[in-house]
Design a protein around this ligand. Structure first.
Ligand SMILES: Cc1cn([C@H]2C[C@H](O)[C@@H](COP(=O)(O)OP(=O)(O)OP(=O)(O)O)O2)c(=O)[nH]c1=O
Length: 624
């Protein structure tokens, strides 16, 4: 027996579920649908940053999954199924889209993010109607999505790992399965439970009802007619040239009882839709979640910067968990203001909030305290005090050029060295960033053939230390402006071997470069315009012996297919603005960097990724 009459409408059709998900298969067969399972081979690698909302991403992925199956089946048998159903489930939190974890660490990262918080689960669904026209596939796509909100309890590390070790998270979006062990992690659910499990059955049935049982005046359900309405909800993706007409096989769709098939003019397309009860509802555009998040994003940054500046994370690392009133006392701030700031930090996932009070998340303990080995506190403070001001004048920079914007923000052309304090602020920011990426840069290539290196613009020596640690034979010279070198001593790590590192003051555009087999330019070139870059590379090339090398590390603009991670793509997208405001430089792609090195006499140019952030290009000096 089939409970839902609309499911029955599909019984005589060849229906294909383009999904390997056992959950979807179970939900649909429990509902009485008969279908063939043909898992899609579409790789889920659409660029998330290019979608205005997470739901749009899920719908597009579902569409591509289903269309891939329709095309493959049509190609193979020259006969596509009647209907292909595709779906994609994602978990979103704080603007981030979580799919299936790639390994246990990834699952841990996802579950820690969800821990104690509310998140959304979106499933995008498409129903593709296929037909063959003169040997060519004709498709009409109906899509929709469903959102369900899920709240996780506060979970201990031990419990998270026990859950991860059960193996359950690995094939599930967000790293959990609410229908099994993962149900124990969940405090409450708002919305369709089956949507979380992978398929919003209720919404699916409503859509089928709209398609196959159009409402007619005085007949709210119209369930008996075997027709479908004028499908103005369909997107025509036909590969038939000039296609756009509907499949004649769909016959008299849109006609209501009493009117002759085909005689009734199709209802005029418009921004209105009809619900199951025949009521007319306004068709609304997708909710612009992504846009709203962008509009509010600056507040999130400011909350993080402020908490860093007030040393909230230091206090909580040393003495947490603490109540807001105690934190306020320790940071010398008002109770009300501190309370609001702490709430914001907890909402942003920077702090945990429990009955015992506030405590740092793991990321805050690692990166937001002022003195840890992985601290990015200096970067937060620098962004807050310098970059923030500059960006408030972005309109000026866009209209009149960077100089005006810098002037308005009160920054001189040589912005760094107005005082020892600003130099130190800048160095702390760079030190944190360099330490974060130094290992990846040092190991992107095997540099063991070199015995001497010169890190040009090497600042605090963070990369130099990593190079010396990785290659015990290597002597490294850090070459930077005298103001920088003067303060570099304050950043030298205790107990780390320093005899292989020396600091030399100078300007790499004008002073003699120290002799070395390998010249390193880590995140230097993007600060400079083309003429300065050519000047610098000419100088390096003339110092470099044949067989010597140059190693360039940049947050290089990457080629399309490499731009996988949304966050990384966003960071790269913002680079040109930073370059506009902070200097006359610009980001350059890895390919462009390679061409630059070749132009200056370097051969055997190779590119390698250095973590999520950077690309490293290595060239070898050819004999002149
Ligand atoms: C959040 C959550 C997801 N899931 C599952 C549903 C989906 O199968 C999976 C999300 O990954 P999807 O990519 O949507 O689906 P899939 O890879 O399983 O199958 P296919 O791509 O072939 O369609 O996560 C649960 O089973 N329970 C849950 O609580």
């Amino acid at each position: 027996m089939v409970l839902c009459p609309v499911i029955g409408k599909l019984l005589h059709k060849h229906v294909v579920l383009a999904s390997a998900s056992p959950r979807r298969q179970e939900i649909l067969s429990n509902a009485g649908l008969r279908f063939e399972v043909v898992p899609s081979r579409f790789k889920e690698k659409l660029c998330k940053a290019s979608f205005p909302t997470p739901s749009a991403y899920a719908v597009e992925t579902a569409k591509q999954k289903a269309l891939e199956v329709a095309r493959r089946m049509h190609q193979k048998d020259l006969r596509a199924p009647d209907v292909v159903i595709g779906a994609d489930t994602i978990v979103t939190i704080g603007g981030l889209i979580l799919e299936k974890p790639v390994d246990k660490q990834d699952a841990y990262r996802m579950l820690s993010r969800l821990n104690g918080k509310e998140h959304s689960v979106f499933t995008g669904v498409v129903i593709v109607h296929c037909s063959d026209r003169d040997g060519r596939l004709h498709t009409e796509v109906l899509d929709f999505y469903e959102e369900t909100t899920v709240k996780f309890s506060e979970l201990s590390e031990e419990l998270l790992w026990e859950y991860i070790d059960s193996g359950e998270p690995m094939d599930k979006a967000g790293g959990y399965g609410i229908q099994a062990l993962g149900g124990m992690l969940v405090e409450h659910v708002r919305g369709d439970f089956l949507n979380v499990v992978g398929f919003p059955l209720n919404h699916f049935c409503k859509k089928l009802a709209q398609l196959y049982c159009p409402p007619c005046p005085g007949d709210a359900w119209g369930a008996e007619r075997d027709s479908i309405p004028a499908v103005d909800t369909f997107e025509d993706l036909s590969d038939v040239e000039g296609g756009g007409g509907s499949d004649p096989a769909w016959g008299d769709r849109g006609s209501c009882g009493g009117e002759e098939a085909g005689a009734a003019p199709p209802p005029a397309p418009g921004p209105r839709d009809t619900d199951l009860n025949g009521a007319v509802e306004e068709k609304r555009p997708p909710f612009p979640t992504g846009l709203l998040e962008l509009m509010e994003g600056f507040k999130a940054s400011k909350a993080l910067f402020t908490a860093c500046k007030l040393n909230v994370f230091d206090v909580l690392r040393d003495q947490g968990p603490l109540k807001a009133v105690d934190i306020a006392r320790k940071i010398n701030a008002s109770v009300r203001g501190t309370g609001r700031l702490l709430e914001a930090c907890a909402a942003l996932g920077l702090l945990h909030k429990t009955d015992a009070g506030y405590s740092n998340t793991e990321a805050a303990d690692l990166h937001l305290v002022s003195d840890g080995a992985h601290s990015l506190h200096g970067l937060a403070v620098y962004n807050d005090s310098h970059v923030w001001d500059l960006f408030t004048h972005l309109d000026l920079a866009a209209r009149d050029g960077a100089e005006q914007a810098r002037g308005a923000a009160g920054m001189k052309a040589d912005r760094l060295f107005q005082s020892a304090e600003t130099t130190l602020l800048f160095m702390r920011a760079m030190h944190g960033l360099s330490k974060l990426t130094a290992r990846d840069v040092a190991t992107a290539f095997d540099l063991s053939r070199f015995t001497s290196a010169c890190d040009l613009g090497g600042c605090t020596g963070a990369l130099a230390h990593e190079l010396a640690r990785e290659y015990p034979r290597l002597q490294v010279t850090v070459f930077d402006l005298p103001d920088i070198i003067e303060h570099a001593r304050a950043f030298q790590p205790d107990g780390q071997r320093t005899e292989h590192i020396r600091f030399v003051p100078g300007d790499f555009f004008t002073d003699a470069l120290p002799r070395a087999q390998l010249y390193v330019l880590s995140r230097v070139l993007h600060d400079w315009p083309d003429d300065r870059v050519h000047h610098l590379l000419t100088r390096i090339s003339s110092c470099c012996e044949p067989g010597g090398g140059v190693l360039v590390a940049e947050a290089a603009a990457m080629e399309e297919e490499e731009a996988a991670a949304a966050a990384a793509a966003r960071r790269r997208g913002l680079q040109p603005l930073g370059a506009l405001l902070l200097g006359a430089g610009r980001p350059r792609s890895a390919r462009e960097l390679g061409q630059l090195l070749r132009r200056h006499g370097f051969r055997d140019v190779r590119v390698a990724p250095a973590g999520d952030l950077l690309r490293v290009v290595l060239g070898t000096r050819a004999a002149p």
